[in-house]
Design a protein around this ligand. Structure first.
Ligand code: CA
Length: 230
């Protein structure tokens, strides 16, 4: 299944674009390549991709703006930003725009390939669940990857959804940062503690902030759990 995945690369540097296209197609991925934001947007309107690799500095439409547009059209598609801007604020801006991951140039193609595999594997795994989950007035539909609270639909990025899904499937059990790092990021806990906290905050802002009853809780020193507290 994984090898049949259809990817969109949005990159205006010919040399890098060619190298990525060569590498990914050698590994069995179908890749379409857009050189600018406008072409990318029309491709996205016209077909469904399994993953998007998105440069930030692009002609016509900036990658961050494009990311927001892609996200509003497709809440699920994993988006990996490729950019020379490696500062924390740049990363936060990318995540706020709906990106799931962020790769700073120059990167190794093997690293890009590894991340692509992780995201495609995860969406494959997620597809194997077709159940629904409800806690208090929060509803998660794993099959359609939709989330609503008190009947209001919410838009989560793929990463936010994966994090919420992990908490939900743990049914109130405390989930450690280590487990979150492994299951949501497929990596050992290194410098990513901060990233996990940032994502928990994103989730809280969407799931809990507008509501009186809080569902996402922190057990200091242990991790997080999803549960209505009495
Ligand atoms: Ca560029």
């Amino acid at each position: 299944m994984e090898s049949m995945a259809k990817l969109l690369l949005v990159e205006d540097e010919p040399k890098l674009g060619k190298a990525i296209r060569k590498d990914l197609s050698e590994h069995g991925y179908a890749l379409e390549w857009a050189y600018d934001g406008r072409i990318a947007e029309s491709l996205i309107r016209g077909s469904k991709y399994d993953l998007v690799l998105l440069d930030i500095n692009l002609p016509h439409i900036n990658g961050l703006e494009l990311c927001r547009r892609i996200r509003s059209a497709d809440a699920d598609v994993p988006i990996i930003m490729l950019t020379a801007l490696g500062g924390l604020e740049d990363k936060m801006e990318a995540f706020r725009s709906g990106a799931d991951d962020y790769l700073v140039k120059p990167f190794h193609l093997t690293e890009l390939l590894a991340r692509v595999k992780v995201f495609l594997k995860r969406s494959q795994v997620d597809r194997n669940y077709d159940d629904k989950f409800q806690v208090a007035d929060l509803e998660i539909d794993f099959a359609h990857k939709t989330v609503s609270r008190a009947g209001q639909p919410m838009t989560l990025s793929a990463r936010e959804f994966a994090l919420l899904a992990l908490l939900a499937r743990s049914r109130g059990r405390v989930v450690s940062k280590q487990e979150i790092a492994e299951k949501v990021w497929d990596m050992d806990l290194g410098a990513s503690t901060n990233t996990i906290e940032v994502y928990i905050n994103f989730l809280r802002n969407k799931i809990d902030k507008p509501f009186e009853q809080k569902l996402i809780h922190t057990k200091p020193g242990f991790g997080y759990f999803l549960k209505p507290l009495e």
